[in-house]
Design a protein around this ligand. Structure first.
Ligand code: SF4
Length: 755
């Protein structure tokens, strides 16, 4: 059995006491989100009420999940922690490194050949440290988690932003960086700002062509890509309980697209049905025993405006199918209303080249069955496909069951490509073009979550639109972006006019789920004898060396780059082709800050090497300083490090000898990542001092030996002409974080404590 019912029962036993205590302390009825948060406090029972959007709180998540692209660095770091085993149940899922090209069998074989080194590494580390390992082809992390591990009222973190998918089964599930995951795996607290709460009341009932996907596409339209930032979105109302559990997962999944911390639903009959169908009757029984604790108090949903920071109401009976895109998931167009006009006005290609069904967002049995009802109609009504069709089942369990029930056979009769149970085109792992940069302008429709430029196929001219699986199937048959299956007729092979009937499907397989080989490898009970192999000359993997403490005297440091304007984690550590080096710190460091614009000259990856006077790339210049025993400094603008939570953006500069990053303001997660890697993340006390920094500057910290919480630091900036400025710098290090700095990294400290 993959999940741990004893752990879940323990969580529930604690939950009843903690929720009752929290209700007394807060002094009012509680939302579901608050119940879960207050029952997962690191310090045990609640003893104070937290201010939403303000207080930083230490939590104790129940689980951790990692996907193969992020797990590499997370596990490399965990290996340094000196722990014999992970402290909480953890799983690794191989889903990102499998390219979609010819179909599942060939593609999986190819991935196993090209990435065997990484897969073998992840498997052996998992085995050694008590981590459950899901092999390539076993499924997409979030579908596998929903099928096996998610449970109502639980809290988990995962090294992937769509970890939030598990909210469909009533969890608070949050995407984090690898360094955060390592803390929890090592048995430490995990810190989060107590979120604000957005309530979404769903009335009415979905019917016809409208699907759970349309609910989140509508929410994205209302809230936009930033509207959920710092908040948990809690769905409730009669429309919520009328939806399937996997449909709820779809809605929570795309909460990442509105910037929400996570999204969740209260425990209901659909969740109970899903738990029982996925062989977890004991979890359903345990949840039933504390049912009122797994949803908000009645008063909250009766008067939501009093208890949520914002309330949105959507009547599902009035909601129609939507197509969101291109290039952003919050740009909604109602099917059949204004797509023709909008496409013409914006020059969106009307012809649709591909329909893609899958991704962690929409690859459940219900999704495939509803889409297949459209595919079956195309066969029955003599319709020929006008676009190509690709399917990525969410897991081997879904794939096996869908094959057994004839669902995949229907797609195959339409010449659809059945790709591996993996992310595939959703993460750009799609060999669609040999030269994507110069590929033609075109439109595709998919049931994924993200539709940023180049995301699916690397072609900046691909216009990707997001829709439900059933609408994706219908548009793929019709081949037109403005096709409205509710009103438009198509001409079949006999020249007759035909129309689609409404899609139908099964919430759960009528004959139950079935799977022969689910792809799960249970770790051995005692992993102490398991050896981990990393080749000395590997270009994909490199064991980490502990960072050396920077010390309390930093003088003679050189400016590496003064970044101008937006500098996100993508500018600091690019993704795309660099993904393959995510497990090799030295190799991936060759992309450090190559996307950042140098304030002097406004070019990217072109900075002055003060030792030679010549200009070169940022990584080469940093390496030159490091080789000469000279530390370097990065200067930046506002919200430095926004975007993803990847710790590479901190580890790489650290590896290349950067001692301090001094900016006008930080994105919070990146600032924490810098602290965790034992660096100085500092902000200008006077933002205008950014303008004092010159290209040839040398830096001397004057009072680093007095580094203390709430105490400014000062740096002497020596300009090329010998003149000097002394600049005051602020920081947010608490005493524990100063210890990270003193030890060289948070990991070094954990290791020391274990020793
Ligand atoms: Fe991320 Fe797409 Fe994979 Fe989901 S399917 S985990 S969104 S890459």
């Amino acid at each position: 059995m993959a999940f741990d019912i004893d752990m879940i029962k323990k969580v529930y036993a604690n939950m009843t006491e903690s929720v009752d205590a929290a209700r007394d302390i807060v002094g009012e009825p509680l939302t579901l989100s608050e119940k879960i948060l207050y029952s997962h406090l690191w310090d045990g029972k609640p003893n104070k009420a937290f201010t939403r959007g303000k207080d930083y709180v230490d939590f104790a998540p129940d689980r951790v999940a990692c996907q193969d692209a992020t797990a590499q660095m997370a596990l490399l770091q965990f290996m340094q922690a000196g722990k014999p085993k992970v402290a909480v149940p953890t799983t690794v899922h191989c889903d990102h490194l499998i390219q979609a090209k010819d179909g599942a069998a060939t593609d999986l074989k190819h991935a196993n050949e090209t990435s065997s080194e990484v897969f073998n590494f992840l498997e052996s580390v998992s085995n050694k440290y008590g981590i459950g390992f899901w092999k390539p082809g076993a499924g997409i992390i979030h579908q596998v988690v929903l099928e096996n591990y998610a449970f109502p009222g639980g809290m988990m973190i995962g090294t992937d932003s769509h970890t939030v998918n598990a909210g469909g089964l009533g969890m608070v599930a949050i995407g984090v960086g690898g360094a955060d995951a390592v803390d929890v795996m090592a048995g430490m607290a995990w810190e989060l700002k107590f979120p604000k709460l957005i309530g979404v009341r769903l009335t009415g009932k979905l019917s016809g062509w409208t699907a759970p996907k349309d609910v989140i596409l509508k929410v994205a339209q209302i809230l936009t890509v930033k509207g959920g930032t710092g908040a948990i979105v809690e769905y409730f109302g009669p429309g919520a309980t009328s939806m399937s559990c996997t449909g709820k997962g779809t809605i929570c999944n795309m909460g990442a697209e509105i910037g929400a911390t996570t999204s969740t639903f209260g425990y209901d009959d659909s969740m109970e049905r899903y738990l029982r169908a996925t062989d977890r009757a004991d979890v359903a029984d345990a949840a039933n025993a504390i049912r009122p604790y797994l949803t908000a108090d009645d008063e909250v949903y009766a008067n939501p405006e009093q208890y949520f920071d914002q309330v949105i109401e959507i009547n599902l009976s009035e909601l129609g199918p939507l197509l969101n895109g291109p290039f952003t998931p919050d740009l909604s167009t109602e099917v059949g209303r204004d797509m023709t006009e909008k496409a013409k006005a914006n020059d969106w290609p009307m012809q649709v080249e591909w329909g893609l069904i899958g991704s962690c967002t929409n690859s459940s049995y219900e999704d495939l069955s509803r889409a297949s009802s459209i595919a079956q109609q195309a066969l029955d009504k003599g319709l020929k496909m006008k676009s190509e069709l690709g399917i990525n089942p969410g897991s081997e369990q879904v794939r096996f069951t869908a094959e057994r029930d004839g669902i995949l056979g229907i797609f195959e009769k339409l010449d659809a490509k059945i790709f591996t149970n993996a992310c595939g085109p959703c993460i750009g792992q799609w060999a669609r073009y040999s030269d994507p940069k110069n590929a033609p302008k075109n439109s595709i429709v998919h049931s994924f979550n993200r539709n940023f430029a180049k995301r699916a196929d690397g072609n900046p001219n691909t216009h990707a639109f997001v829709a439900s699986p059933e609408l994706t199937a219908a548009i793929a048959v019709a081949g037109r972006l403005d096709f409205n299956p509710m009103t438009d007729k198509l001409i079949n092979e006999n020249g007759e006019e035909v129309m689609f009937d409404e899609p139908t499907g099964w919430e759960l397989p009528p004959k139950g789920f079935e799977v022969k080989e689910n792809g799960y490898l249970k770790p051995v009970a005692d992993g102490s004898g398991v050896e981990i192999f990393v080749k000395e000359d590997s270009e994909r993997l490199e064991l980490l060396e502990p960072f050396t403490p920077l010390g309390d005297t930093i003088t003679g440091a050189k400016l590496l780059i003064k970044a101008f304007g937006k500098c996100t984690t993508d500018h600091i550590s690019m993704a795309g082709p660099w993904l393959r080096f995510r497990g090799h710190l030295d190799n991936i460091s060759n992309n450090t800050l190559i996307g950042a614009v140098n304030a002097f000259g406004k070019k990217t990856n072109f900075v002055k090497n003060q030792l030679t006077g010549e200009f070169a790339g940022v990584p080469d210049t940093a390496r030159a300083y490091k080789a000469a025993g000279i530390k370097s400094i990065v200067v930046g603008d506002h919200n430095y490090g926004e975007g993803s939570s990847r710790e590479h953006a901190a580890m790489q500069p650290r590896h290349l000898g950067v001692a301090a990053v001094i900016v006008k303001s930080f994105a919070r997660i990146h600032e924490t990542n810098l602290k965790k890697q034992g660096m100085l993340g500092l902000t200008f006390d006077n933002e205008a001092d950014y303008d004092l920094i010159q290209e040839d500057d040398t830096f001397n910290f004057t009072d680093l030996n007095e580094f203390a919480p709430d105490k400014q630091l000062h740096i002497e900036v020596v300009h090329a002409d010998g003149s000097k400025d002394v600049i005051a710098l602020n920081h947010t290090y608490n005493q524990a974080q100063i210890e990270w700095y003193n030890e060289g990294s948070a990991l070094n400290l954990i290791k020391k404590q274990n020793a």
